[in-house]
Design a protein around this ligand. Structure first.
Ligand SMILES: Nc1nc2c(c(=O)[nH]1)N[C@H]1C(S)=C(S)[C@@H](COP(=O)(O)OP(=O)(O)OC[C@H]3O[C@@H](n4cnc5c(=O)[nH]c(N)nc54)[C@H](O)[C@@H]3O)O[C@H]1N2
Ligand SMILES: Nc1nc2c(c(=O)[nH]1)N[C@H]1C(S)=C(S)[C@@H](COP(=O)(O)OP(=O)(O)OC[C@H]3O[C@@H](n4cnc5c(=O)[nH]c(N)nc54)[C@H](O)[C@@H]3O)O[C@H]1N2
Ligand code: SF4
Ligand SMILES: [Mo]
Length: 898
């Protein structure tokens, strides 16, 4: 017997900006196991639930095997000829600003570098923007204003050494779980460490909080303005730091004069005590970190919020010291890489300024390029406006799905429809944006690509291929280089990513002379072998410098002309999409634990899709009772620009008057659940980041005349689109079947006939009534292939149970009986899946809690839940709080260990 050669490849997780290292074991060419990389400084072996299930997502399902022009397959050579000639034609006729690239923080640095070089140095326009505009651009602008350069002045290690960790506008327990677990561990090791969570919603992240400040949405700048005033009023400033290393303190302080504790408390809708306690804790803690994310950035005044936070750290000297600093956490795996290479329309590569003549000349000379962009291009929202107005005539979208992620979806659809040429490079065959593509270019995806990414703490790691590229797919940098060469441009003769990286590293140090922190000179000149073997490394990494790699702003020297940091005077602003009597509720949006963005990848994993199986709108019990909405009812949310429908989830974790909806579901999975439809195209005037955490809506229950819960066996060869004839639908994927939850405005007279006709499945069909409910099923060759339940109110049965039934070659009598009565076996009626790694459901957990297990770790010992990736520990903690039977005088939070 021959044994397959075993090997191990080290790569980086495809998802969030924590940038965890992963070890993939291969037998022959097949990945067999995936674990956290023990020595990677981002995660030291840990992975969250998404990282743990990465191998589930590298299936060949939904891939394009060749490029397509107008839905017709063509060769790569035809495709790149076409894109090159169409772009050239449009540029010749209308100038370089008539074309645009819309790229993504999910590209690798090498891809991103080429895209930027192509547009800014060769096409000669700055019309290249990225989905990081929707994500990090406020943070970028905030750092740039304060420090003169977009530099995150903290490391993950700081999280372990801080006395006060402020999670503000971040649900890290779900979005950056490995960092959250790291914070949880630090807190256990240092009981004096305090955690404050600031969010209008009580999220899972609040489980760790000593204090939870449930502020009014959009008021964070006032909270931090008040903090600056408090520090000054109580002589708690770091006068020495302010004097030596900063400018403009007096004006920034003057802008805070009206923000007394009382004023802040009333504006933020917090109690006076909550505010003063937070201020005094910040002032008296030896160190403090403000860990911020989308609750701060995605705002019409996001940049000011970032600077209000930075101001407080500058004033107290709580930065550039262990355990301190304003720490903006990046979302995507390579949002930081994009910021470095100039993926945003208002910057050049290597942190150089687009409107600075010296910088323009520096980049142009380095590239020896025919031209260089000299003014900012269109930021994402403006780019799509310009497309709609016909000013931009060709757009090339790479690795992002704007039909879901940009606000005001209907306006984006209009733009794409109006555009002469829409080119989309993606690693899936269908998503909401590909529907509008004239040219579809199949890219390689995670696991097939080679290159680098930079994480939230400026650490560069290699992504390495673990499998061969999917047939027909090409790397993004290659696709770009092919087109650039066909447009007649030199400077794109790269044969491998190491050559691109080398050029990139050299650019960062070219005429740098200490003026920019972003310097990778120690990584320039690597051979391809050295590049392949590159270990995770933080920038700055300067050749021959005895100063430690990764140390920024040493001796408090910032990147401004006089080396001083700048205070910014902040006038807090409320969100622009304000409520009114017609639209009285607020809609907030964000992420869930087990899905990634538009679900093109995590949606492929049956395990990840089981934690939360459908889109929902959270609302407060008071609003629910006022509007006559019950839990699970279908509800319609309408704003000025669009509407969505999803199931209601009533919870007091929100403030009354506010709702929340996840961002993930889209037209591939549901008829109308894309929350982006509700937001207007309103953005921060400086960063251009859209306000996608706050819009005004009205909510009402929706009723249909008939509902159908359908399960179709994947082996049934059912090609028909069951959703086409329904008025509302939701699709959920499992390994053996797809579930369709359908609803109809008009009753279908003969549902059995409808199912037969719509599915096109041949077999033994049967249907019977129990009261108003009709159950329909079809068996083909002894195997169950179709099940439907037709009702006059929305009901759904367990997808896991149906999935299990579909896996059987023939059903036994008991299974047939249970099917007829729609009663799942005991095993499948255990409630929601809480722990995705060990598939532990709610019921056994609650039983154990009621029987006296009141610690998360003890639940793990009994049931295994939470003992692998730990992403569910916060939910376990919530279940303990909800269900523990507590003796009088006992304190529950002593028993909960996250
Ligand atoms: N599971 C999962 N993880 C992810 C992602 C994913 O899709 N799924 N995406 C990644 C990406 S790209 C990003 S950008 C990050 C985002 O990571 P986060 O920013 O942590 O995630 P969000 O859920 O978008 O929003 C965070 C919180 O902001 C709160 N918020 C809303 N308005 C306000 C406000 O006015 N003030 C304050 N203080 N808070 C407010 C929301 O209630 C929400 O709880 O997650 C990354 N990680
Ligand atoms: N309302 C609301 N809207 C939001 C947000 C919010 O909180 N609320 N968050 C915003 C934020 S922070 C973000 S980051 C965006 C994310 O939004 P998007 O970037 O639109 O979401 P993704 O689903 O990650 O889209 C990535 C696409 O790239 C493809 N892809 C993956 N890898 C590769 C690759 O290597 N090459 C190529 N060519 N394609 C690839 C995937 O198949 C997918 O189609 O959403 C934003 N929109
Ligand atoms: S925290 Fe999770 S999603 Fe983020 S990089 Fe690590 S394993 Fe991947
Ligand atoms: Mo993001």
């Amino acid at each position: 017997m021959t044994t397959l050669k075993e090997s191990l490849i080290q790569t980086t997780c495809a998802y969030c900006g924590v940038g965890c290292g992963v070890d993939v074991a291969l037998a022959g060419n097949q990945p067999t196991q995936l674990d956290g990389m023990p020595e990677h400084p981002a995660n030291y072996g840990r992975l969250c639930v998404k990282g743990t299930h990465l191998l589930d997502t590298i299936s060949n399902e939904n891939r394009l095997s060749a490029p397509e022009i107008n839905n017709k397959q063509v060769s790569w050579s035809e495709a790149s000829d076409y894109v090159a000639s169409e772009f050239s034609k449009i540029i010749a006729e209308h100038g370089p600003d008539a074309v645009a690239f819309y790229v993504s923080g999910q590209l690798l640095t090498e891809d991103y570098y080429i895209a930027n070089k192509f547009m800014k140095g060769y096409i000669g326009s700055a019309n290249i923007d990225t989905n990081s505009r929707l994500c990090m651009s406020s943070a970028v602008a905030g750092y740039k204003r304060a420090f003169g350069e977009d530099v995150v002045p903290c490391d993950y290690e700081d999280l372990e050494h801080t006395e006060l960790l402020i999670l503000i506008g971040s649900n890290a327990a779900w979005t950056h779980p490995v960092l959250y677990q790291r914070i949880a561990r630090a807190k256990r090791m240092n009981p004096t460490m305090k955690v404050v969570v600031i969010d209008p919603r009580r999220t899972d992240s609040a489980e760790l909080a000593d204090r939870f400040l449930q502020l009014k949405p959009g008021t964070d700048a006032a909270l931090y303005n008040g903090l600056l005033r408090y520090l000054a009023d109580n002589q708690l400033l770091d006068d020495d730091f302010i004097a030596k290393h900063t400018d403009d303190f007096a004006t920034a302080l003057a802008a805070t004069q009206s923000w007394t504790i009382d004023e802040v408390a009333s504006y933020c809708e917090l109690s006076r005590h909550e505010v003063s306690q937070f201020y005094s804790e910040f002032a008296t803690s030896a160190s403090a970190i403000s860990f911020y994310s989308m609750g701060i950035n995605q705002s019409s005044s996001g940049v000011d919020k970032c600077n209000a936070i930075i101001n407080a750290h500058l004033a107290s000297g709580k930065l550039l010291k262990t355990g301190s600093g304003p720490f903006s956490i990046t979302g995507q795996p390579n949002a930081m890489g994009g910021r470095e290479v100039g993926g945003l329309a208002n910057q050049l590569a290597a942190h150089l300024d687009i409107e600075n003549e010296q910088h323009q000349s520096l980049v142009k000379r380095f590239w020896q390029s025919p031209t260089i962009a000299t003014q900012a291009g269109a930021k994402a929202l403006d780019m799509f406006d310009a497309i709609r107005a016909g000013k931009i005539k060709a757009v090339w979208i790479m690795a992002t799905n704007p039909m879901v992620s940009l606000p005001n979806t209907d306006a984006i659809a209009e733009a794409l429809k109006a555009c002469e040429l829409v080119v989309v490079s993606d690693c899936v065959a269908s998503n909401d944006t590909l529907d509008y593509a004239h040219v579809k270019l199949p890219s390689t995806g995670w696991g097939e690509k080679e290159g680098t990414v930079t994480n939230s703490e400026r650490r560069i790691s290699r992504q390495r291929a673990i499998i061969a590229p999917f047939a027909g797919a090409k790397n993004d940098w290659q696709i770009l280089c092919d087109v650039a060469k066909k447009m007649g441009f030199s400077g794109f003769d790269f044969t491998q990513p190491s050559e691109i990286f080398d050029e990139w590293a050299r650019l960062t140090s070219f005429e740098n002379n200490g003026s920019r922190q972003l310097n990778l000179s120690a990584l320039a000149g690597m051979s391809s072998r050295e590049y392949n073997a590159l270990r995770p490394i933080q920038w700055p990494c300067i050749k021959g410098d005895n100063y430690q790699h990764g140390q920024v702003f040493s001796q408090n020297q910032f990147s401004t002309t006089n080396k001083k940091a700048r205070f910014i005077a902040i006038t807090p602003q409320l969100p622009k999409q304000a409520t009114s009597s017609e639209y009285p509720l607020v809609m907030n949006s964000g992420r869930i634990r087990d899905q990634w963005h538009t679900m093109t990848r995590t949606g492929k994993s049956a395990t990840l899709s089981t934690h939360i199986t459908r889109p929902y709108i959270e609302l407060h019990p008071k609003d629910a009772s006022r509007l006559g909405i019950n839990n699970d009812d279908l509800v319609r949310a309408q704003s000025k620009v669009g509407e969505v429908i999803a199931n209601a989830k009533i919870t007091d974790s929100l403030r009354a008057g506010e709702c929340f909806m996840p961002i993930h579901w889209n037209q591939q999975f549901a008829s109308s659940a894309n929350v982006g439809k509700l937001y207007s195209s309103i953005a921060d005037p400086i960063s251009g980041q859209p306000e996608t955490k706050f819009t005004a809506i009205k909510l009402q229950p929706v009723e249909f005349s008939q509902y159908m819960d359908v399960f179709v066996n994947k082996q049934s060869n059912c090609q028909a689109d069951l959703t086409a004839q329904s008025d509302y639908w939701l699709k959920v994927n499992a390994s053996n079947c797809s579930q369709y939850q359908l609803a109809f405005n008009d009753v279908i007279a003969d549902a059995l006939y409808w199912c037969q006709q719509s599915s096109g499945i041949k077999g033994q069909w049967s249907g019977f009534y129990e009261g108003a409910t009709q159950r329909i099923q079809c068996i083909a060759n002894g195997r169950l292939v179709f099940v439907a339940m037709v009702t006059n109110e929305q009901v759904t049965t367990s997808i896991e149970w149906n999935n299990h039934l579909f896996s059987q070659s023939a059903l036994n009598f008991a299974q047939l009986q249970s099917l007829l009565t729609a009663t799942p076996d005991e095993e499948f009626s255990q409630g929601r899946q809480i722990c995705s790694c060990f598939k532990v459901r709610e019921k056994p957990i609650v039983d154990a809690i009621k029987a006296g297990t009141h610690r998360v770790d003890e639940l793990g010992l009994q049931l295994q839940c939470g003992t692998n990736c730990g992403s569910c520990k916060t939910e376990l903690s919530q279940l303990i709080k909800r269900h523990a039977v507590i003796a009088q005088g006992q304190q529950i939070d002593v028993l909960v260990t996250v």
